[in-house]
Design a protein around this ligand. Structure first.
Ligand code: G
Ligand code: G
Ligand code: MN
Ligand code: NA
Length: 249
């Protein structure tokens, strides 16, 4: 179909771009990292959300090439920002490939970025399907020195068992939970308990989707060490991150 053909061409011609969203320290609100988010301005159609084209990349076998492109661009960009961590989303279709860790190693070598500055974000959906392979994949990635985060925690089928079974370096609490922190007592109690549990396991916690100062303060109060959301910065083109760093220093 036309969308798939266009996407294939977009990957080959590097029509895809990467936007970067600030990750900030919960106490100082200083930017300490960025999350890379793929963007596609489809000629003749305008911007298309990754929520629309990532699933197509998954089913058409394009996800590996797309994922590799984003990882390579993000690691290259991060070389301009020596003090920032860079987080990159990984799809189940990439993660499932036993050779994925080899791809990651080659990008680290090619770009020269320090492995510990790179965080790979994995959503929980795939873990349920295949816990044993998930464990092996995570171990291979961690052996390279990169960090592995559990993304979208609290969005659906989250199991607290994952926190014990897999060596996640960080969890990211989903916006569907954090958005209700001020209005909904149940969301607030779940957030408090989740952060307390993660902290007692020595796993640092990022709260996503923070849109107001009050939400950020509440989540910092519960023990989140890192915050992300429109209040601290929307996903932005690479040069904007440099400008922001210049102001911060
Ligand atoms: O940036 P935005 O909010 O539009 O992203 C929508 C969804 O697409 C989010 O779930 C995000 O994790 C996912 N996404 C964005 N960029 C990438 C990417 O490079 N790879 C993968 N696998 N998912 C991405
Ligand atoms: O699934 P993942 O957590 O990777 O999704 C990240 C997505 O969330 C990105 O597409 C980004 O644009 C979006 N996002 C980030 N911060 C906010 C926010 O404060 N509010 C809303 N509505 N979306 C956000
Ligand atoms: Mn993410
Ligand atoms: Na999320």
């Amino acid at each position: 179909n036309a969308l798939e053909l266009d996407l294939r061409r977009a990957i080959e011609t590097e029509e895809l771009t990467v936007a970067y969203q600030p990750l900030v320290d919960a106490s100082s609100c200083e930017m300490t990292g960025v999350e890379a988010l793929v963007r596609w301005n489809r000629p003749g159609h305008g911007p298309i959300s990754p929520e629309a084209f990532i699933p197509i990349a998954e089913t058409s076998g394009l996800i590996e090439a797309l994922g590799l492109l984003v990882l390579r661009k993000a690691c290259k960009a991060a070389q301009q920002w020596p003090d920032l961590r860079v987080a990159v989303n990984v799809s189940p279709g990439q993660f499932r490939n036993p050779a994925f860790a080899d791809y990651v190693r080659s990008v680290l070598n090619e770009t020269g970025i320090e492995a510990e500055r790179v965080t790979l974000e994995i959503t929980e959906g795939y873990i349920i399907q295949n816990p044993e392979r998930t464990r092996q994949s995570i171990e291979r990635l961690k052996a390279l020195g990169v960090k592995v985060a559990l993304d979208d925690f609290g969005s659906g089928f989250s199991s607290i068992g994952y926190l014990r079974q897999f060596g996640f370096d960080r969890i990211k609490i989903d916006r569907s939970l954090t958005m209700d922190v001020l209005e909904d007592n149940r969301a607030r109690e779940m957030l408090k308990a989740t952060v307390a549990l993660a902290r007692s396991l020595d796993i640092p916690v990022t709260a996503e989707g923070i849109e107001t100062e009050e939400q950020g303060r509440a989540l910092q109060g519960f023990g989140c060490d890192e915050l992300q959301g429109y209040f601290y910065g929307k996903p932005m083109p690479e040069p904007e991150i440099g400008k922001r760093l210049a102001v911060q220093l």
